[in-house]
Design a protein around this ligand. Structure first.
Ligand code: HEM
Length: 471
């Protein structure tokens, strides 16, 4: 059944619950995966970790099954800057969060809730305690020879168009669940019902749903919306671009993206932000037609993984274990030989541990272990589901294939290293130059980033208006 744009939008009123229409398609098109209810257990100190994530095997590779529904809301505060006002907002937010957590476990069968805070909030509302407590990035400080904060302003990367908006939101809310109703309930209780902040954008999306065979959600949604290139998407692929993205080996294990685990930071004096992490949020358009018509299967594998890699046609999940990790030297070699680098191979020079590390959590993380925890999801938003600034954000009314990109890294600098490597800027400073939109620069030729911002995600104990209690 192909939904008209009018039907798609009809369900898309700005109010959280009212707006469920467009993504109710998700429930109509794909039943929620079978999953055991997450047992009640004490909540982890980390806000960004989802519990009870199921894994499946595809092409012999272990793959983590992401939640079906995702919603991200960016926010600006309406609250005044007085300590009294901030503390009452802090209590109200904490009560709302605790009330949801009493009903939903932090798992796909429940509701994953993550609250992040931007530099505008820290600079305007809590500048003094922030100057004292914001964590420093030890590795980046050593490399730069001066103190570098763990949370940095977002930057434009070499492959970003000059139009990429570096956003200035005070806060961000990420909601993840297999249940659309749970996501809508979360947004309703944490946004509509709280008056100390207002939403600046709503971003919605979905992932997976094809691991049991049959058509995946991205395929069905793209077909229903009629986006160009949807016909070419492999039926059961996890994402629009066809290849599986959430294999266990290329996602950071539970606590590795905490600020303190790998020693990149101590979480701030007194450990205020220990068990917290840094979050990057960006919106990326994907040109599906170009990807599937100008790149054949072998070229898509070479571009997404590595120019020297060959896998049988129809393969969606390609093993990327510790032994498959590409080095800087291998990327330089590929560049000289093919004038091309792979998306994964280039990023792996910064996203995988170069040596064994004993984490502060007592875990031994072997060489080749991934660090970033991606939580990105496909979307038809263009570029957002809703925006308080439609003109500035370039809102248009046609569905467009894209990714609401979300990733947790120990520090912003760690994310910047990943993203620079994706553009051919290697961790040793070697630059592998490419012309803009060069099809040799990984998948960048079919991507266009429209918005970016970095946030800090405090530990659960300090997630509501962090540092306001110290004013
Ligand atoms: C629309 C945009 C994107 C798509 C469709 C995409 C797709 C993928 C896919 C399919 C993989 C899995 C390949 C494998 O198994 O190794 C992957 C890996 C990865 N991607 Fe992306 N990606 C996108 C953007 C980004 C961006 C902007 C970043 C930011 C740095 C990023 C970071 C990563 C990382 C860290 C990995 C894992 C690399 C590893 O350690 O093996 N991706 N991506």
């Amino acid at each position: 059944m192909r939904l008209t744009r009018k039907q798609l939008l009809a369900g898309a009123g700005a109010g959280a619950l009212g707006a469920a229409g467009i993504y109710e398609l998700v429930d109509r098109l794909t039943p929620a995966p079978r999953r055991a209810a997450a047992p009640a257990q004490p909540l982890p100190p980390e806000q960004h970790i989802l519990e009870g994530v199921r894994s499946v095997r595809d092409n012999g590779v272990e793959v983590l099954v992401p939640p079906l529904h995702h919603q991200l809301v960016t926010l600006e505060l309406k609250a005044g800057t007085s300590a009294k006002e901030l503390r009452s907002a802090q209590q109200a937010l904490e009560q709302a969060l605790a009330s949801l957590e009493a009903r939903y476990a932090p798992s796909p069968t429940g509701l994953g809730i993550t609250v992040g805070w931007g530099l505008p909030y820290l600079r305007r509302y809590v500048p003094k305690p922030a100057a004292r407590h914001l964590p420093v990035d030890r590795r980046a400080s050593k490399a730069k020879g001066r103190p570098v904060p763990a949370l940095l302003d977002a930057i434009r990367f070499p492959s970003d168009p000059s139009t990429t908006i570096l956003e200035q939101n005070d806060a961000v809310l990420l909601l993840r669940s297999d249940s659309l109703a749970a996501v809508a309930q979360g947004a309703h209780e944490l946004v509509d019902k709280l008056d100390f902040w207002r939403q600046t954008s709503i971003r919605r999306g979905f992932a997976g749903g094809g691991f049991g065979g049959g058509q995946s959600l991205p395929k069905r949604m793209a077909m229903a919306a009629g986006v160009a290139g949807a016909d070419f998407i492999p039926d059961s692929s996890e994402l629009f671009l066809g290849f599986t993205s959430t294999q266990k080996a290329n996602l950071g294990p539970p606590r590795i993206a905490n600020l303190e685990t790998l020693g990149y930071s101590d979480g701030g004096p007194g450990g205020y932000f220990r068990q917290g992490t840094c979050m990057h949020v960006s919106h990326i358009f994907e040109d599906l037609l170009q990807w599937y018509t100008l790149f054949d299967h072998a070229q898509r594998v070479a571009t997404l993984f590595r120019p020297t890699l060959e896998v049988p046609s129809g393969t969606l999940t390609v093993r990327q274990g510790p032994a498959d990790v590409a080095t800087t030297l291998q990327n330089e070699h590929d560049y000289r030989r093919f004038h091309a680098i792979g998306h994964s191979a280039s990023i792996q020079t910064t996203s995988r541990l170069a040596a064994d590390v004993h984490g502060t959590d007592g875990t031994l993380y072997p060489k080749g272990t991934a660090v970033p925890q991606r939580a990105d999801f496909n979307t038809l938003d263009n570029p957002f589901f809703w925006s308080a600034r439609p003109g500035t954000d370039g809102m248009t009314s046609d569905p467009a294939a894209g990714v609401q990109f979300v990733v947790f890294n120990p520090t912003s600098d760690d994310f910047h290293r990943n993203r620079l490597a994706m553009d051919g800027v290697m961790p040793d400073g070697t630059k592998l130059p490419f012309d803009p939109n060069d099809r040799g620069q990984g998948i960048n030729a079919v991507l266009k980033t429209t918005h970016r911002q970095n946030f800090i995600v405090p530990p659960r104990r300090h997630r509501s208006f962090p540092l306001a209690e110290l004013l």
